[in-house]
Design a protein around this ligand. Structure first.
Ligand code: PLP
Ligand code: MN
Length: 379
């Protein structure tokens, strides 16, 4: 049992009831989590591809350990700070999927490379390659991937010619280890309709194939082709170009991803494991109650959260400021002050970053508390 859980047990007088938790609380169904982890690991193994799940989703050493135990070759990290937190927890094979460019950040990156096995980072411009090469040493080369822009112009080189030039530059640097290419098609992941998503990712994959052919012709074959998210990974596996999956959200399955038909058959291969439990704190108005989870309890850029309870879900949740939300609808008449309400997470990654810890449950029993190890570490 973690120290947190012991303390929590003392605070609430007895250990282990979900109903006694202080709210709002980020709740994780540990069995659903484990089933999701196992399903993805089995799929990657059966298809003979590497699995390097993205830690931007969970920011958790405990979850990373479970993914590695299930067969992951390491973890992806969005930012250097996330990688530092996971390395401190003993996770190896970390790959940073955004460029690291400032001098102080590069100094941290090199320090991390000395302390962490198989560290890598993406690059998308010659100056950055030169800066990394100058900071790293041939005795402890830094792993580098050429990042390929999938068309949204966020990061990545914008042509096959630029990819070849960058790969050649990396190959000429003894302090850098050329690992391959990354192309993450973020925009395509959340196309809800399967056929539409498939057509979009096929077009992007045709382009990726052309870039790889140009690299091969230049003697810069990319051993690892990393990419894919929860939305396209099954299609990516069929297309057979990506050989390392960076999937993140499959472990939690938020509203946005549950709205996507991942298989083309309307069958969800992964299940919802992450919830926010809130509590009714006021019930003086007819047809609504107020709960203690508001703008600080959920990512807010998408649709609002939904109550898990079917009768309550016929009504709706609405934000009522930083600290509160309203549940509206006839079924709220059955709720009293202090009652707990289970809410969905519309978008998992930015929601997790709002919490210090996961409260792990099995049914109604609290079984552990895990820290959100890399919470706030976006730099
Ligand atoms: N790879 C990169 C570079 C990402 O930015 C993300 C998520 O935004 C992922 C992988 C994981 O994708 P998903 O959460 O869709 O599985
Ligand atoms: Mn996301």
């Amino acid at each position: 049992m973690s120290e947190d859980l012991r303390l929590h047990g003392e605070l609430i007088g007895r250990q282990g009831s979900r109903r006694d938790l202080n709210t709002p609380v980020l709740v994780l169904d540990v069995d659903a989590l484990d089933r999701n982890i196992a399903r993805m690991a089995e799929l990657a193994k059966a298809r003979g591809v590497r699995l390097r799940p993205h830690a931007k989703t969970h920011k958790s050493v405990d979850i990373a350990r479970r993914q590695v135990a299930a067969g992951a070759v390491g973890l992806c990290c969005a930012k250097l700070g996330e990688a530092e937190a996971l390395a401190r927890g003993g996770i190896a094979g970390l790959h940073i999927t955004s460029p690291v460019v400032s001098a102080p950040a590069i100094a941290r990156l090199i320090a991390l490379n000395a302390a962490s096995d198989r560290l890598s980072v993406v690059v998308d411009c010659p100056d950055n390659v030169a800066a990394l090469a100058g900071a790293a040493s041939p005795e402890r080369p830094l792993g580098v991937f050429v990042d390929i822009d999938p068309g949204i112009h966020r990061t990545g080189v914008s042509s096959a010619e630029d990819a070849v030039a960058l790969a050649r530059q990396i190959l000429a640097e003894p302090s850098l280890r050329y690992e391959g290419v990354q192309m993450y098609c973020g925009r395509e992941q959340h196309i809800e309709d399967y056929a539409g998503r498939r057509a979009a990712i096929e077009a992007r994959t045709d382009y990726l194939r052309d870039v790889i052919a140009a690299l091969d012709a230049a003697g810069a074959h990319p051993a690892i082709v990393t990419g894919a998210g929860t939305g396209t990974h099954r299609i990516d596996l069929e297309l057979g170009v990506i050989n390392e999956l960076q999937v993140g959200s499959y472990i939690f399955m938020d509203d946005e991803y549950l709205a996507c038909d991942l298989t083309g058959e309307g069958v969800a291969p992964y299940e919802r494991s992450l919830f926010v439990d809130a509590r009714v704190v006021s019930a003086n108005a007819r047809g609504m109650v107020t709960v203690d989870a508001g703008l600080k309890a959920f990512a807010t850029e998408g649709k609002p959260p939904r109550p898990e309870d079917e009768a309550l879900a016929e009504g709706r949740y609405a934000f009522m400021g930083d600290e509160h939300g309203a549940l509206v609808g006839p079924a709220t008449a059955d709720l009293a002050i202090g009652d707990m309400v289970r809410l969905s997470t519309p978008h998992c990654d930015p929601t997790v970053d709002l919490y210090e810890s996961y409260h792990l449950v099995r049914g109604e029993t609290l079984v552990d508390i895990w820290p959100v190890s890399a919470r706030g570490r976006s730099r």
